[in-house]
Every structure is written in C-alpha cells, then in structure tokens.
Design a protein around this ligand. Structure first.
Ligand code: GLA
Length: 404
C-alpha cells in the first residue's frame, strides 16, 4: 500500500517533471521582430557594434515600428571555464554579456544570443551539446531573452530530442526566452516543433540576391524568390506562438529598392518573423521607409497570425492573399518578371477560398474598400476591376476592408 502522503509526494514530483516539458507560452503571439548580426556582419561581432545597433534601432524609428530583439549570432564565444560555464570572447566583449544585456534593456529592447545543438557552432565555436542546462542557466544570469539554436556538428543526435532538451533547460532556468530553432527544415520541424520552439527555420540560409542559388562548395544558400517557393505547403503549421521562419531579412543589403520592397512585403504576407539583417547605423531613406512601413508591418503582425497563400500565378505575376482579423484581407501582386506586369484584376470574377483556415471572399455580395500599403492611399472599391502596372521584381500590396 502506498500511503496518502507518498502518493502526494509522487504527484508533486511528477507534476514538477511535466511542468519542465514545455516552452514559455505567450512569448511570440505575433511574429517576432528584431535584428540579427549574421547577414551583414558574419563573425565580426563585438560589444561596440551591438550597442551602436541598439542605439540605431531606437533612433531610426525601428523600435517604434515594433522591432524588439537584438540578436548576436555566431562567433561571440570565448570558451568554457574550468567548471564548464561558457564565456564570451573578452577582446570582443570586454564588459561581458550581463553589461551588454543591461545596456540593451535600458533602451527598452531585448537581447538574443546564438548557440548550437552540436559539439561546435557552424563557425567552430563551442556548441551546447552536453552543456544545455548549464548554458541556459548562464544565459538567464546574463539576462538573455532570445536563443537562436543551430544544427551544425550534430552527428548521431536526434533533432526532436536535442531541441526538447534545450527547451526544457531554458524553462528550468526560469527566465522567459524566445526559442528560435535553426535546423534548416531538414527534418520537417513544422511537424513536431510546435511545443518546442516559437519559430523554426524552414530552409537553408538566405543569400542576398533575387532568385539565385549560391554555391558555397558542398552547400547552398538561396535567393529571396527561391526561399519564398520553399514555403509552399507549410502554412497550416504556423500560428500564434509557433512560426515558420524563412530566414532573416536581406533588406538594405544590396538588392534593388523594388526587390527590397517585394522581399519585405512577402515576408509580411508569410507572417514570417521580421528579423532585419542590415547595418541599422547606415540606412538609406528607402531602406528605413521599407523596414518601418507600419501598414505592411500591421499585416505581418495581425492578431489572427495566419500565413498568406498564393492564390494564382499568371506568367510569374503572382497574386497572394492573407486573411486578417475583422474580415479584412491583405493582397499582394508580386511581379517576378524582368519586365513590368499589367494587372487587370476583376474582383467580382474571383472567389478566394482559404480551405485550411476557413475564410472566403464573396466580392459580388460583399464589397471592400482598397488601400495601397506602399503609396498609403485609399484607391477605390472592389466593385470595379483593379488596373495597375507592377514594376519588375516589385509588388503592389493592398489591404481590403469590408464596406459597412
Ligand atoms: C548557419 C545558420 C545561419 C548562421 C550561421 C552562423 O549557417 O543557418 O543563420 O547562424 O550558421 O555560423
């Protein structure tokens, strides 16, 4: 016979055990927004850079537009001390991570860091394998708010187990941390990571080009259109608290202004995390206008959290729809051609159905007013056909609001 008290003891023990097996909820109810060092700076990270990026995020208006996380990617590491605790490279981060986190927090922003589930990071620094609980504790002591967790050097380990271990370690350490998985989509994390992470990479790395495939000798990175095409079939898996991540933005890193606008608009349509990857201290007027377009960001941040879908494709002029709260829709005409594309969109002849999330338009019975989100002008109603020309590699992005 087990006594009442020991039953209670067992119950308390088990509930403690189960409570650990969860991620921090309520952390990413809309797609996370922030900045990450990798796309522009690669391994050239240091304390002065991160501080000045935090300053620029505030001064450029990006913080006001909703960007929140400053994430230090690979190469911040120094080594492990005699007890196994990780420390940053002291020549790059002379005042240590705690002081840097304090600085970022004083600006009203949050700090993210990078590690890897394997023995080493992709750039060869110490990984977290075997040190998960210790690393999570150290991050909590520093005041870290976001962890990007990569998948290099993971021979013989299972992704579900490895990512669950780090999720549990972060939870046990007690400080809310947004958990960003970077497993490149290899083992289809959208099928299993809902309870583990707040976002998961769906592809290999993005490359700053419109539609190329970049050969690194054995592995590839992908242009913006290639990454977009790889999102096909994944929208059912995303939603509040668990997002498909098509990788960080290349806006401001060398694409044309039209391409930057199209890239940003499509990431908004995909309900993708908006993690800028450019030098925020040195942005053109156009780059700032794109990254801080509040109306496009509002489409990305809509509370329904539904990823948009391609409605049709007319010779590389694609029409995308995204259901929004309050019966609104976002619509994006994406011109992938090298020539301008003429649109003649007769709303009344279209019937847009989102079978997965159960939304449908009935333009005949239910007209909408139309707002152009890049010109920021109200441009009529869906009672009349929409006629416009989209420049090459560009978009026209609209918001439809039901007429009363
Ligand atoms: C991988 C990731 C990138 C970046 C680098 C850092 O390639 O996919 O996003 O974090 O590692 O080494």
């Amino acid at each position: 016979m087990i006594s009442k008290t020991s039953k209670l003891g067992i119950l308390i023990f088990l509930s403690g055990f189960f409570i650990q097996a969860q991620k921090f909820e309520e952390l990413a109810l809309t797609p996370p927004m922030g900045w990450n060092s990798w796309n522009k700076f690669g391994c050239q990270v240091n304390e002065a850079l991160i501080r000045s990026i935090a300053d620029a995020m505030v001064e450029s208006g990006m913080k006001d537009a909703g960007y929140e996380y400053i994430v230090i990617d690979d190469c911040w590491h120094g080594g492990r001390d005699s007890q196994g605790f990780i420390y940053p490279d002291s020549s790059k981060f002379p005042n240590g991570m705690k002081a840097l986190a304090d600085y970022v927090h004083r600006k009203g922003l949050k700090l993210g860091i990078y590690s890897d589930a394997g023995t080493k990071t992709c750039a060869g620094y110490p990984g977290s394998r075997g040190f998960e609980y210790q690393d999570a504790l150290q991050y909590a002591q520093w005041g870290i708010d976001y962890l990007k967790y990569d998948w290099c050097n993971t021979e013989n380990i299972n992704p579900i187990g490895a990512y669950s271990t780090m999720r549990d370690a972060l939870y046990k350490a007690g400080r809310p941390v947004l958990f960003s998985m970077c497993e490149w989509g290899t083992s289809k994390p959208w099928k299993w990571a809902n309870d583990i992470a707040h976002m998961w990479r769906t592809t290999g790395d993005i490359f700053v080009c419109w539609d190329c495939k970049h050969d690194h000798g054995g592995w590839y990175s992908w242009g913006v259109m290639k990454i977009l095409d790889m999102q096909d079939g994944l929208r059912q898996y995303a939603g509040p608290g668990h997002w498909n991540d098509p990788d960080m933005l290349e806006v401001g890193n060398g694409l044309s202004v039209n391409e930057d606008r199209a890239h940003f608009s499509m990431w908004a349509m995909l309900a993708a995390p908006l993690i800028a990857g450019n030098d925020l201290r040195n942005m053109s007027k156009e780059t700032i206008e794109i990254l801080t377009n509040q109306e496009v960001i509002a489409v990305n941040q809509d509370s329904l959290g539904i990823q948009g879908f391609k409605y049709n494709n007319l010779d590389s002029l694609e029409v995308w729809f995204k259901p929004l709260s309050h019966d609104e829709w976002a619509v994006c005409f994406l011109n992938r051609r090298d020539q301008p594309a003429v649109i003649e969109f007769e709303w009344k002849k279209e019937n847009v159905v989102d079978e997965i999330f159960g939304f449908e338009t009935a333009f005949n019975e239910k007209p909408y007013s139309i707002r152009n989100l890049w010109t920021k002008k109200n441009i009529g109603k869906t009672k009349k056909a929409f006629n416009a020309t989209v420049p090459p590699h560009d978009v026209i992005m609209l918001r439809l609001t039901p007429l009363k």
